[in-house]
Design a binder for this molecule. Sequence first.
Ligand SMILES: CCN(CC)CCN(C[C@]12C[C@](c3ccc(C(F)(F)F)cc3)(C1)C2)C(=O)Cn1c(SCc2ccc(F)cc2)nc(=O)c2c1C=CC2
Length: 380
Amino acid sequence: MGNCSGHDFSIPPGKGPHHVGCTDLMVGHTVEGTFFRLYYPCQLSERSENPDWVPTKEYFNGLADFMKINRRLSERIFNYLFGSCKIPATWNAAFKPNTKHPVVIFSHGLGAFRTLYSAICVELASQGFIVASVEHRDESASATFYFKEKSTPEALKTGEPEFPLRNKQVKQRADECIRALDILFTVNSGNMVENVLKTPFDWSTLENSMDLCRIAVMGHSFGGATVIECLCKEVRFKCGIALDTWMFPLDEVIFPQVKQPIFFINSEKFQWAGNIFRMKKLDSATIPRKMITIRGAVHQSFPDFTFLTGNCLGKIFKLQGNVDPHLAMDLSNRASLAFLQRHLSLERDFNQWDQLIDGKDNHLIPGTNITLNQIKDLEN
Ligand SMILES: CCN(CC)CCN(C[C@]12C[C@](c3ccc(C(F)(F)F)cc3)(C1)C2)C(=O)Cn1c(SCc2ccc(F)cc2)nc(=O)c2c1C=CC2
């Protein structure tokens, strides 16, 4: 693994039995198109060219804008810190056609983009999943690109109420995840998809490779809200895993329409009573709804940044809590795999981590750290 910034901070490789490949697919030239990064079990290839973690420097500029920091200064800092960072996967490696693979669609958070959750996506692919990490064009990504000017620019104007924009965005995000799923269905049935990006990956090798009865949706923060919206709209998603979900964009009127199991995996530091109160509205006596909290974790414990700076910067930028980043990620990924085995009826050994779904671990809290009376104050 290459060094990211002088120190040896790199994104951990997958722990599963499969080598991991990754490639990009963009269908349609405009902002209405679909754009995602695919992580998949691949054949061992002698050339191990790993793709850059951040695809182009425009993304660093977008990130700077999102964080409201000066572009010139931050571009140099980001390049110094992360410019040489690689994703632990082989770019455009040949797909490994043997069994049918379960599928996960991943939705990034506000200000993020499709490559920032590769520790999660690579782990899932190494365990035999095909993962499509969508790049949203709802103006919630730090940056994205397409090849034709878009219709009308829109962002939150000062004084404008936030909910209507965020609710519109979460609906668009869900549509983009469903469009990505439709494209995977097309590929699986052997039909051609026109990839606007000229990547040397042969998509026809994915024909009949996906187990399209075993599909889950997963996301972080705004992406967690996108999970709930997706489950409501699309029954092909058999379950959802929502990482440190931001519930604000969701209209609670859809909650009774969500019939699939949901797993809320929260950080200890990000959550607050109002947000937990909304998650609890999805509690059900009949449908499996689970929640765990990772002790000492922060919001950034889920995206890749948590691995890429030392403790000092990690603490300053709140990219690391007071839990080891690798431990937090392992707990989240293993609990996720156990939940996916249970609700996609996989024949694997992920049930070895069933205890984590109930928060039975020193570094986990079953449910939430938010005390009930904090939530009760909101009830009346
Ligand atoms: C100025 C914007 N301000 C108001 C919204 C809050 C900005 N903010 C906290 C940040 C993202 C932060 C970040 C990244 C990266 C470095 C770096 F130094 F490592 F590069 C540092 C510092 C800045 C932590 C969040 O938005 C938190 N958050 C996120 S963070 C998703 C993300 C974004 C960019 C990434 F690179 C990685 C991950 N996703 C959500 O869906 C939601 C929220 C809040 C509510 C809903």
